[in-house]
Design a protein around this ligand. Structure first.
Ligand code: IPM
Ligand code: MN
Length: 373
């Protein structure tokens, strides 16, 4: 079916191709049952690209990504490429996409489905109904700061350097995304850094405060050191609505937040660029889980984070909120019906659970979509 929606699918490595295969079933369902079609190109990234092209992201793939309306990404990396030189590591493929597409705002929702309250390692009363949005700055900070590298000192010792740097504009644009989103939610932003020990933290706090005063005074703004926030996420996560933080703290805190929801296998994310004059923005959607080499190829992976990433794509890139709701409702219903991949079994606590593999979970979603439509 011809369509004006151009989608680049990059399954990547490890469980990426397995979970993507399930989402392709949902994409096909949307095409035939809801006339939501895409012109899809599929390509390799990460270790798969290294094997094929000798680089973790080919230039041609980069060009396709820049021209696409959205990129749907799986995961990259695995032990096979452990000894690859630093600049060619599978992860560099993803980092290049983020940087060259200028995807500075990474939206990482941590939402607890009622059916999974018992899969969380925290007490049900602490996580029930939880709905947090972590906004991670994605193109700056220590992930990209120069100088960086490893050298040998005159005395023969080796030294490695990474640099954390942030400019006013980088802080302001990601904080603006946080304030805008908060207005559509519970109107609260918690900005997080370590202004007590880092210059970038001081600047972050000052710029967040300034922007808030200038344009977003209607939103409640608080500040919290990142270490304290890590603690509060476990103690009382319900106090948060939107959290905005830098690239590295956001990486760590979002993995932590995923455990509130029961599994890393449940969390989607959207990486967004700036909105252009025509209202379009570059975007890449990916689960926050990695390639999980330990379970790859075994049909055990949970396809729901990739499924929910696809739902975010429908919502944020294609303005299809009804279809996004439909997919999210199907996920919720399938969980309510007891379907659980291994990661969701929460130490066997879930009574009446139907243990399923990757494909059965994907099929259950499609069946539920059929029932709902
Ligand atoms: C993530 C991942 C990536 C990151 C890796 C794969 C480069 O952990 O998306 O959170 O560190 O950003
Ligand atoms: Mn991470």
């Amino acid at each position: 079916m011809a369509s004006n929606r151009n989608l680049l699918v990059l399954p990547g490595d490890g469980i990426g191709p397995e979970v993507m295969a399930e989402v392709r079933k949902i994409i096909a369902w949307m095409g035939s049952k809801r006339a939501v079609g895409f012109d899809i190109q599929e390509d390799v990234v990460g270790g798969a690209a290294l094997d094929k092209h000798g680089v973790p992201l080919a230039d041609a793939t980069m060009r396709t990504a820049l021209a696409a309306d959205a990129v749907l990404f799986g995961s990259v990396g695995g032990p096979k490429w452990d000894n690859v030189v630093f600049d060619k590591k599978p992860e560099r493929g993803l980092l290049r996409l983020r940087k060259e597409m200028d995807l500075f705002a990474n939206l990482r929702p941590a939402k607890v489905f009622d059916a999974l309250v018992d899969a969380s390692s925290l007490k049900p009363e602490i996580v029930k109904g939880l709905d947090i949005m972590i906004i991670r700055e994605l193109t700056g900070g220590v992930y990209f700061g120069e100088p960086r590298g490893t050298s040998t000192l005159p005395n023969g010792e080796r030294e490695a350097i990474d640099t954390q740097r942030y400019k006013t504009s980088e802080i302001r644009r990601v904080c603006a995304v946080a304030f805008e989103l908060a207005r559509k939610r519970r109107n609260k932003v918690c900005s997080s850094e370590k202004a007590n020990v880092m210059h970038t933290g001081v600047l972050w706090r000052e710029e967040a405060t300034k922007l808030h005063k200038e344009q977003y005074a209607d939103v409640e703004l608080t500040h919290m050191y990142a270490d304290a926030l890590a603690m509060q996420l476990l103690r009382n996560p319900g106090q948060f609505d939107v959290i905005v933080t830098d690239n590295l703290f956001g990486d760590i805190l979002s993995d932590e937040a995923s455990m509130l929801t029961g599994s890393l296998g449940m969390l989607p994310s959207a990486s967004l660029g700036a909105t252009d004059a025509t209202g379009r923005r570059k975007a890449l959607y990916e689960p926050i889980h990695g390639s999980a080499p330990d379970i790859a190829g075994k049909g055990l992976a949970n396809p729901l984070a990739e499924t929910l990433s696809y739902a975010m794509m429908l919502r944020y890139s294609f303005d299809l909120p009804k279809e996004a709701d439909l997919v999210e409702t199907a996920v919720e219903n399938v969980l309510n019906a007891g379907y659980r991949t291994a990661d969701l079994l929460g130490g066997g606590k879930t009574a009446g659970a139907k243990k399923v593999g990757t494909q059965e979970m994907g099929d259950a979603i499609v069946q539920e979509l059929d029932r709902l439509a």
